[in-house]
Design a protein around this ligand. Structure first.
Ligand code: TXA
Ligand code: MG
Length: 352
């Protein structure tokens, strides 16, 4: 791939104008959203979309989400919108929710990996919507990381993966949610949750009644990863081996981690709650603390940036404290277990 000098643009009117012009010219531009940073290109231009797949090293059979700035565009890029899909749009959009809908004409085939459906999202972050509106285009955008790595939640993390590979990046604040949008398939009679996120299963069910859990969500929560090569779950993963502590009391987690710290000291990184930090002697270990055990939204916000920071610091082991799978916890544990390649420690035993 030819090295491109990646421009850093501010999220002011001059910066957004420049970014929109690049998008209209078929270039790839990274931009902030409330979930994670995205890698945007014109969804009507197959060659622009190819550049996204090349920059990420993403397999061509993994479809992209189209980002829109106007609710009416759900109806423009979908062939049809069911009553339940409409209810989800009315209740949660703009927001961290992606709807998979029957695909209308016009969207490039490589955006949807040849599928008859299209994923559409209207981001909540005003800067993202301003940029999309200025471009006048539907913007296809995966998370702005190299395929398999943790998603970026700040401009510096995008640069780490995308410098010299894309035309520009719009620099803005850290992403508020920190993990990717909830994805719901609305092509059938009953909506189906494909990827958990900030819009939780309970929130979806409150609006539309029954929502099925896709088997991929359940299998992504299993302790033992399936053995077939196609099901290999390298995703959101740091380079450093990562382990999750699950179903352990604070006392059990303390006992296990203190022994590790005493032995490995500065080779260890910890992603833990305030409750656990308070009872540990962390010595030379790297620590990112998210708050008290029930502040799962804070864990979601720092998860990916912590994993990237730990990789840069050169530690040999990452230990992360798991949370319960209620509410946003389902999405956080879905990402954490994949990040850790299912290395789960229960009461001091590696379950995998
Ligand atoms: O929060 C987000 O959704 C971020 C920001 C940038 O908006 N984007 C994001 O994109 O996470 P990406 O490409 O990393 O994840 C898109 C997910 C993938 O799991 C993909 O397989 C699924 O959406 N997807 C896209 N189109 C689909 C379709 N037609 N049918 C089923 N799944 C689809
Ligand atoms: Mg992604």
């Amino acid at each position: 791939m030819i090295a491109i000098n990646t421009k850093i643009l501010q999220a002011d009117s001059a910066g957004l104008e420049c970014a929109a012009k690049l998008l209209k010219g078929g270039e790839v531009v990274a931009f902030p959203t409330e979930t994670v940073y995205g890698l945007g290109a014109n969804a009507l231009d197959a060659r622009a979309i190819d550049k996204i797949f090349a920059a990420k090293g993403r397999p061509a059979d993994n479809p992209l989400i189209i980002h829109i700035a106007d609710k009416a565009d759900f109806y423009k890029y979908a062939r049809s919108v069911s009553d339940k899909a409409k209810a989800l749009i009315d209740n949660f959009c703009p927001g961290p929710l992606t709807l998979v809908l029957p695909k209308a004409e016009g969207i490039a085939d490589n955006v949807t990996a040849g599928l008859d459906s299209v994923a559409v999202r209207m981001p909540e972050l005003p800067v993202a919507r301003e940029l999309i509106a200025l471009s006048g285009l539907p913007i296809a955008a995966p998370s702005a990381n190299l395929s398999g790595s943790p998603s970026p939640t700040c401009a510096a993390d995008v640069m780490e993966d995308m410098q010299d590979k894309i035309a520009a990046i719009v620099e803005y604040a850290n992403s508020g949610v920190g993990i990717e949008s909830t994805v719901v398939d609305c092509t059938g009679d009953t909506p189906r949750l494909l990827r958990p996120g900030k819009i939780t299963l309970d929130m979806l069910r409150y609006v539309v009644g029954e929502v099925e859990l896709d088997s991929s969500v359940l299998s992504s929560m299993q302790v033992t990863a399936p053995r077939s090569p196609g099901m290999k779950y390298k995703h959101y993963a740091p380079k450093t081996p990562m382990y999750i502590l699950e179903d352990m009391s604070i006392a059990q987690a303390r006992e296990f981690l203190q022994a590790q710290i005493n032995q490995h000291n500065q080779d260890i990184a910890l992603l833990i709650s305030r409750d656990l930090l308070d009872v540990l002697d962390t010595k030379g270990a790297q620590v990112r603390c998210w708050g008290s055990m029930d502040e799962v939204d804070k864990l979601a916000r720092i998860l990916y940036s912590a994993l990237r920071q730990f990789d840069r610091s050169g530690v040999r082991f990452i230990y992360a404290q798991g949370v319960s799978v209620n509410g946003l916890g389902l999405a956080v544990m879905n990402r954490m277990r994949k990040s850790a390649a299912f290395n789960i420690i229960r009461s001091g035993i590696v379950a995998k």
